[in-house]
Design a protein around this ligand. Structure first.
Ligand code: SF4
Length: 276
């Protein structure tokens, strides 16, 4: 694993996410090493040729840069943490960059502009619970966990260094019980692997809303996904290959998604398609 300390010019970068306006990525790369990760396109922009999951650049000056960047924020904007990395990957336990940034946000002057500054965290690590004390101080906060599958064995092949699924669900419950707005991002939905009924049943009562997403294959991840699938259970490969690009399959998945959401009384925020 290549680990490097770097300096960044900006930590609030423009994003098109509705209601947020900015992304915060304290790291480049991600130790979680999910085989389906779309963020691997970042290798092109950051001069990395190591395999995805085998490098992390640590933006050590993130908190200081935040103090400058926050001055450009306008009313109604907020930040998504994180769009191309996981801000709670294992190295965060040591560097605490995400924690420092959340402290900065919690300590913003109490005026209308900053009271409205929304923060949405999306992670696959229960390390986020370490920062519960600060999360509770934030005025507009939501914390989500990505969940693609319920099978823990499959998870080790597809997302080898993320928190086990039972720990993600337990973390969602803890956050929810502590008054934090929670959500689940059911992503990516993988044919033959993603068990939507089991996921929705597990989420009932612990999330305020869900989003869903098909596999984004525009970043060259399909070979790694198929490899992980073969290692987990090669018998699933035909069903996966038959459906992964099928519009009718994805229509039926989306229908099932909304039906399950209704059954479990969990509002759907969005279902993203990446099929051409
Ligand atoms: S946790 Fe997110 S950013 Fe990290 S490798 Fe997995 S999908 Fe990519």
């Amino acid at each position: 694993m290549l680990i490097r300390e770097i300096e960044t010019k900006h930590i609030l970068t423009h994003s098109k996410l509705p209601g947020l306006g900015y992304s915060i990525n304290p790291y480049v790369g991600c130790q979680h090493a999910c085989v389906y990760c779309y963020a691997r396109f970042m290798k092109r922009f950051t001069n990395h040729d190591e395999p995805w999951g085998q490098f992390v650049d640590i933006k050590t000056n993130s908190a200081e840069v935040f103090d400058k960047d926050i001055l450009k924020v306008k009313s109604g904007e907020g930040a998504f943490i994180a769009s191309v990395t996981d801000a709670y990957q294992p190295i965060e336990g040591q560097y605490k960059l995400t924690r420092s940034l959340l402290e900065r946000i919690a300590d913003l002057p109490p005026d209308l502009l900053y009271n409205e500054f929304a923060v949405s965290i999306l992670t696959k690590s229960d390390l986020v619970l370490r920062d519960l004390d600060i999360l509770k101080r934030l005025k507009k906060i939501s914390v989500g966990f990505s969940i693609s599958m319920m099978n823990e064995t499959a998870s080790r092949f597809f997302e080898p260094r993320c928190s086990p699924i039972r720990q993600r669900l337990a973390a969602l419950k803890t956050l929810h019980d502590n008054g934090i707005r929670t959500y689940a991002f059911i992503s990516p939905v993988l044919p033959g692997i993603t068990d939507l009924p089991a996921i929705f049943a597990a989420l009932e009562g612990i999330v305020e809303y869900v989003c869903g997403e098909t596999l984004n294959m525009r970043c060259g991840n399909l070979t790694d996904v198929l490899h992980a699938l073969s290692l987990f259970n090669k018998n699933l490969r035909p069903v996966f290959e038959q459906n992964i690009r099928s519009r009718s399959y994805w229509k039926s998945v989306e229908r099932e998604f909304y039906e399950l959401a209704q059954k479990h009384a969990i509002p759907v925020n969005n279902f993203f398609h990446h099929i051409d």
